[in-house]
Design a binder for this molecule. Structure first.
Ligand code: ATP
Ligand code: MG
Length: 150
């Protein structure tokens, strides 16, 4: 898993620190590499975009016997608590002034959530305004995934 992540994020490597507690050779059996890549690029892309002072992004990977957890932590602008329930909605963007400043469509996290859930995983967030955010992607180590429609 670590190797896949490293490989897929290599163009961004100068902004990313990657650590792992687990040194197993587990693979995300049911999840195609391009799907994992799209999930990671959306979340890591946000972490970079919403860390305007250039802070590093920390990615930590750990796992249980059933799941892999990929934690993407930034020290960026954070998200107000009252906005957190909505950020995975399609076209939702946190406040208008911030939207103008950073650009984007508000689709990235909606797509990411849809992809993770289609492969029996999930994405969750913890964030503190002006401190930063951690997005956690859980993906099953082996899964029989549903077909994605749309
Ligand atoms: P797109 O990804 O479609 O280009 P976007 O980045 O605005 O546009 P999402 O990725 O869906 O859309 O994110 C939704 C909103 O959640 C963002 O507009 C932003 O306000 C907030 N957000 C997402 N990730 C972070 C983060 N790491 N730090 C702070 N705010 C974030
Ligand atoms: Mg985005």
């Amino acid at each position: 898993v670590i190797h896949d992540i490293q490989h897929q994020l290599s163009p961004l490597h100068d902004r990313i620190e990657l650590t792992s507690d687990t040194y197993s050779h587990a693979i995300l059996a049911g999840i195609p590499a391009d799907i994992l890549q799209q999930i990671l690029l959306n979340v890591v892309g946000n972490a970079i975009k919403y860390s305007p002072s250039g802070e590093c992004i920390h990615i930590a990977v750990d796992q249980t016997s059933q799941d892999v957890y990929i934690h993407v932590t930034d020290a960026g602008i954070g998200i107000p608590a009252e906005e957190l329930p909505y950020i995975f909605d399609r076209f939702y963007r946190v406040d208008k002034s911030r939207s103008r400043e950073y650009g984007g469509t508000g689709l990235g996290l909606a797509i990411t959530k849809r992809l993770a859930e289609s492969y029996s995983g999930e994405i969750t967030v913890q964030s503190i305004i002006d401190k930063g955010s951690t997005f956690t992607i859980r993906l099953p180590l082996e899964t029989e995934h549903e077909l994605i429609s749309a």
